[in-house]
Design a binder for this molecule. Structure first.
Ligand SMILES: [Fe+2]
Ligand SMILES: [Fe+2]
Length: 166
């Protein structure tokens, strides 16, 4: 396949799927910056909502497709990452029970942000170089990840439509 066909903004880099993960990580960092560098509650809440949405899709992609596909490179490290996801999921479940404008939500959200920044650093600095070294053909996994993302986007669009109708 001609790789230039895949270079549009929303395209998935099927032969370099780690780039899609890095793109998400970078977006999280940018959103965290906007969250931290504003005094406006509304801007904070908007940034927080976007971070939460992104974390949800990113975690599903890693847990459902990426981690299983690369587990053999370093099973202990993947276990560790899955545990970190689980801890964050517990905080997110807690957050979902309260409103984002609740003062307590702010504290939990800060913990989610700290844990997430630490987690993505670990993925990038400790795991991705090992994966690079392993020299796997990433395209089969990239195709699965692309399909997973497309499917998730479809489900979310449906959920949003239903939400709008309520
Ligand atoms: Fe992760
Ligand atoms: Fe990640």
């Amino acid at each position: 396949m001609d790789s230039t066909m895949n270079e549009g903004n929303n395209s998935f880099p099927v032969d370099r799927p780690v780039e899609a993960l890095l793109r998400d990580h970078q977006m999280v960092r940018t959103l965290v910056e906007s969250y931290r560098n504003t005094d406006s509650d509304q801007v904070k809440i908007n940034a927080a909502e976007q971070i939460l949405m992104l974390l949800e899709t990113h975690s599903l992609l890693e847990e459902g497709v990426f981690y299983p596909g690369v587990r053999d490179v370093n099973p202990e490290m993947i276990d560790h990452f899955e545990q970190e996801h689980q801890k964050t999921d517990e905080m997110l479940a807690e957050l979902k029970r309260i409103s984002l404008s609740d003062p307590q939500a702010f504290t939990i959200f800060e913990q989610v942000v700290e844990a997430t920044l630490h987690h993505i650093e670990e993925e990038e600095n400790e795991f991705f170089p090992q994966l690079e070294q392993a020299n796997m053909d990433m395209t089969p996994l990239g195709l699965q990840m692309q399909a997973h993302e497309a499917n998730l986007a479809h489900i979310q669009a449906q959920a949003n439509q239903q939400g709008a109708r309520r």
